[in-house]
Design a protein around this ligand. Sequence first.
Ligand SMILES: NC(=O)c1ccc[n+]([C@@H]2O[C@H](COP(=O)([O-])OP(=O)(O)OC[C@H]3O[C@@H](n4cnc5c(N)ncnc54)[C@H](O)[C@@H]3O)[C@@H](O)[C@H]2O)c1
Length: 453
Amino acid sequence: MSSKYEENIILPNGKTVKVITSVVEASEKDVDIAVEAATKAFNEEWIHMDGHKRGRLLNKLADLIERDIDELAALESLDNGKAFTIAKSADLPLTIAVYRYFAGWCDKIHGKVIETEHDKFCYTRHEPIGVVGAIIPWNFPLLMQSWKLAPALACGNTVVLKSSEYTPLNALKVAALFKEAGFPKGVVNILSGFGPTAGAAIANHMKIDKVAFTGSTAVGRSILKASADSNLKKVSLELGGKSPNIIFADSDLEVAVKWAYQGIYFNHGQCCCAGSRVYVEDSIYDKFVEKFKAYSESMKIGDPFHNDTFQGPQVSQRQFDRIMSYIESGKQEGATLLLGGERHGDEGYFVCPTVFTDVNENMKIMQEEIFGPVVAIAKFKTVEEVIEKAHLTNYGLAAAVFTKNLSRAIKISNTLRAGTVWGYKESGFGRELGKYALELYTQVKTVQINLES
Ligand SMILES: NC(=O)c1ccc[n+]([C@@H]2O[C@H](COP(=O)([O-])OP(=O)(O)OC[C@H]3O[C@@H](n4cnc5c(N)ncnc54)[C@H](O)[C@@H]3O)[C@@H](O)[C@H]2O)c1
């Protein structure tokens, strides 16, 4: 693709190089071609295929992903910078599980008979929507792909999916596996392309019936506008987060530190649900901070292909610069930089695990999504205070509560305006996994038959 992004690639030996490979950049015209193929496949073949056959195809795809697990994990690592061992033990099994889970739903999607007058027969059908446009980000390329493709296909839709311009490789590899699994031509169409061109063409397309988007809140807004300005296509949005982790004095400190660490540093902080604001009850605050710092210092950063690496490089120069500018703003706004705050090593986009303390809710690092290994730790005294603070952002994607008091945990979980899995407020709408996802990719038709005639 464009040379602008070529310098963003890190080799397995940790060296920054210009190019590992190039892929074809999809244009608006390619989107048209893909939509045409998807429309034809939907009308002529996919809509007529029995659910159990769709399920077999999805299971076959999962078999092929399992067969090629090492290659896919290596591609994920090369493309995104995440550790190979983590890609293989987390991203890949989760991807396979998603395809298998939705394979099971294919022949279980059905409507209801509705009680009505005796001379009428009324029922609902849960029908596919048609051609789904899917636009995904770079932080979990394979998994995000499966979260869109598996439920959309299970419900009988055909798909045009655009991968992120930063991580196109596995989408192409999986496209070949779809073909090998025997999916009819045109059912799955994968494009590598940029947002403002191919992505916007999908969002604006008159023949795309629904767009499923995961990415930033800013682009999410533009997708909604494009729907309003084009054919009012259905839209589901999975957007950003600034999730609070609330740690009470009665929690097991070791457990809380371990999960707060995973909560922010997993995938180098590039998780929409990253626990980037940690609130600790004041009586254990000092102890927590000391332990959390020690834990963070022990993190193995480096070559994604080393077995003990936990954190590889950030995905791109753009993200690296963005994270560094947030760190700078934290310092400027008066937060205490307890740990990190700088590049790790002298090449590649490695960011040291970074911990801020003495923060307040007005600071940018407490309000905006950093999408990097940067955490802010604050104190609280009362439940009311921490709930109020937890709500002081525009996001509501996820939250965590650590306490041994079960009734308090349940009460606070019920009170927090966070979707835990998916959110309220500016984090988007629509539930992507589980049975709820079926509602995103079907439309309900009510049929009423007059029995008199
Ligand atoms: N809620 C979730 O499930 C979830 C998961 C992962 C990432 N995210 C969010 O995604 C963001 C990071 O990812 P990113 O930098 O790739 O986000 P992004 O919004 O810049 O890009 C996401 C996708 O949208 C495309 N895109 C960009 N501009 C577009 C436009 N004008 N029209 C159509 N498509 C366009 C990109 O090419 C990419 O494929 C973070 O804010 C993160 O929280 C959310």
